[in-house]
Design a protein around this ligand. Structure first.
Ligand code: SF4
Ligand code: URA
Length: 195
């Protein structure tokens, strides 16, 4: 089956999923958005209020920060793929629980297998921890490893993982926004280097 068809089927399953209690609380599940041919995949944490309303990832204020960072290195949303570890909104935007991450992360695993990105950018510490552990690395404090690269070998080739701060963390903290800007600049270089 072509990527497009595989992804559409997966998105349909996510939209109807009731594998964890968040399924009962959502307005819309948020499978992800962007290009199925993307070389870069961004993985946030979980939908917030606006994402739940619209069924799309990063459409609130953190999304605006993300858009600016992308534009800063000449990328638009339709060239990348953006998703989250947990696809339905946790109440009051609390952190996703271990159980919710365990229930939902197989969808992310599948998205990675279908899209086969060259670079994965986990946004924030929950996503960083999940992605690094998935590929056999030890998580570390995000303040220490943001902007560093980890090379993982998968069945479909080499993948570079570059954890970054969550864009929401930059909303009220200019120093974090500056770190994000620098990490994005580095991401831009990596993308330009690889064929
Ligand atoms: Fe299913 Fe994930 Fe939504 Fe839970 S959060 S209901 S596992 S899609
Ligand atoms: N924060 C996230 O982690 N994901 C979204 O989609 C929006 C805000």
């Amino acid at each position: 089956m072509a990527k497009e068809e595989l992804m559409r089927k997966l998105e349909e399953r996510i939209k109807n999923c009731q594998k964890c209690p968040l399924g009962q609380l959502r307005t819309n599940a948020v499978p992800g958005a962007g290009s199925y041919e993307a070389r870069v995949m961004f993985v946030g944490e979980a939908p917030g209020y606006w994402e739940d309303q619209k069924g799309l990832p990063f459409v609130g204020r953190a999304g605006k920060v993300l858009d600016e960072l992308l534009a800063g290195i000449g990328l638009s949303r339709d060239e990348v793929y953006i998703t989250n570890i947990v696809k339905c909104r946790p109440p009051e935007n609390r952190d996703p629980t271990e159980d919710e991450i365990r229930a939902c992360s197989p969808y992310l695993d599948r998205q990675i297998d279908i899209i086969r990105p060259k670079v994965i950018v986990p946004l924030g510490r929950h996503s960083m921890r999940y992605i690094l552990e998935k590929f056999g690395f030890d998580p570390e404090p995000i303040s220490k490893i943001h902007g560093k690269t980890f090379e993982a070998h998968t069945l479909f080739g080499k993948i570079v993982i570059m954890p970054m701060y969550h864009p929401a963390a930059a909303l009220y903290r200019p120093p974090i926004r500056e770190e994000l800007r620098k990490d994005f600049a580095k991401l831009g270089e990596i993308i330009n280097q690889s064929p």
